[in-house]
Ligand binder design. Sequence first.
Ligand code: ADP
Ligand code: MG
Length: 677
Amino acid sequence: MTASTQVQEKLSRLGIDTELDLILHLPIRYEDETHLFPIADAPPGQTVQVEGIIIHNEVVFRPRRQLVCQVEDNSGVLVMRFLNFYGSQIKTYAVGKRVRLLGEIRSGFFGAEMVHPKCRIVRDGESLADTMTPIYPTTAGLTQKILAKLIAQALQNGQHMLTETVPDRIIGKYRLADFRESVMCLHNPPPEVSIEALQTRTHPAWRRIKFDELLAQQLSMRLHYRQRRSHSAPALAQKDNLKQQFLAQLNFALTTAQIRVSAEISRDLASAYPMQRLLQGDVGSGKTIVAALAALQAIENGYQAAIMAPTEILAEQHFQKLTSWFEPLGIKVAWLSSSQKKKEKQAVLDDIASGAAQLAAGTHALFQDQVIFHRLGLAIIDEQHRFGVHQRLALRMKGAQSDQVPHQLMMSATPIPRTLSMSYFADLDVSVIDELPPGRSPVVTKLIADNRRDEVIARIQHACEQGKQVYWVCPLIEESEVLQLQTALETCESLNQVFPHLRIGLVHGRLPAQEKAAMMAAFKQGEIQLLVATTVIEVGVDVPNASLMVIENAERMGLSQLHQLRGRVGRGSEASICILLFQQPLSEIARKRLKIIFEHTDGFEIARQDLNLRGPGEFLGARQSGVPMLRFANLEQDVELLTAAQAAAEEMLNCHPDLAQRHIERWLGDKTEYLRV
Ligand code: ADP
Ligand code: MG
């Protein structure tokens, strides 16, 4: 590239480092300077170009200093208004000058007007642009003009980089436009092209680019998937002895969905390739048992299993549940947390290292350096979206021994919408529990404005009198942990005053782990009737007798958080209620969120709407780091292309690996070194 260092720095900020990057830096929109509208006929509300003579020029001070000119053509007069302007502009736009304006016409107080149009002086009869003007995404200090010039240069020098990478058969099958022509057309669209088709990205040229982008993503994901299969993992044979004993001691039967996903996992574990499976299931769908069955398969083969949870409360709960299930089978379960005393911890570490502990449950403490497994065969990660890529990688690498890596099972109650799992998660195998255990009654959600608190108080009183238990979730204060704590303490205090006869407990993030665990145990055993909690209870907590939940300031919370919280009730056979208290006035987005959570209980539908509301960037959270985001394709609108790209990727990897490689290099370049987990 022939650009100054200064310019190069700015280009870098846009992700442009090479000539090819410039070529693939496509416009975000277009301006149509290919023809002129008569002032009187120009359609309002869209960007149009008009031309006329300045017949009036004045600086006015109502309400603040502005430059107002009148421009006239054969058909009428237009006011142009500049709120910020240089002194020199007053002279430039002198009466009698011919100007060409590009902007949106609105009807103002003095008739039709354009505010801050793009305006330049022209000669009479000056020729019009013969292609639509592309407007590129840019950054401060880098003008459209410079950027357009660099791109034009790159297009001239870089024609050899635009050769076809997609095999003819695929081009024909999906009726794809030519790649080179598409790129050229998007940078310099000829005037006959519909500007509408360009702006909405429905033009065949856009379709081609979006397909190619999705194809590159699919190719790299599938390649990564195949690479993983070049490693080996312990083949954990399906022995049904422990499994049968375990199932026999449960007082319920597995759901069809649990049986199905368990079989999928079991098959993976039995193969000599490292499993990387994502188990998705709505809150309460019973993922823990599925994890337990997987762990048993490892243990039965003489390997260890580890289960990692994002919070102490959840990890401890897993520990307790798994101990109660596994101890009768003669299996030793260890518990590791960062808050353990040194001596206690050392004993646990010894058990893990010697293999005496067959299952280890814990928080991120599990993948710290001192933890050495005897023979780790399976790493289970609960609520995987809470962990970063590095943490998951660290746990997997823990057990890596003589070029064998352990299997990995990730679980998530934040359902990933289908389009996302087809794209950003295409390197994982996915199992879905799409059925809740029987006998659950759906949770009824109520939206209640904060000024009707009294009604809520009465409900709590009533529920507790009937022997039910209640969660009260404190307002979320993300900015400050101190404030969050203070709020929780105050909430608990005031609820104690309102309900002097209820046994009330409090859990929050700052509570020492042991006290937290003791409090949860007391709640589980029914000693506590009303549990005041911060969002630490958001994930995984399971107390079936709790059938009423109140969430304060629900308008501050995100959709998946609300869904997770609500999932804490409705776990028993009792009809459950979740009350969302909200503070008025509601912002537009908060109103939308509350409407969605009110109308839907299906986590997948909520996730889909959440994706719509926020776009994939935020949704992906931790996975986002290192994953190149799609720039052109839109997962909601381009499902058809995504499906096509998926099939095409498989075909290319099988029949045209060289083209596949070139295609990945074109689109991802050196950005392919990601997603190692
Ligand atoms: P999640 O998928 O949210 O992690 P859990 O594994 O915590 O769900 O299960 C929620 C509750 O449902 C637990 O109390 C669990 O024992 C119970 N459960 C799980 N599977 C079944 C089943 N097949 N029948 C009845 N209850 C079940
Ligand atoms: Mg769970």
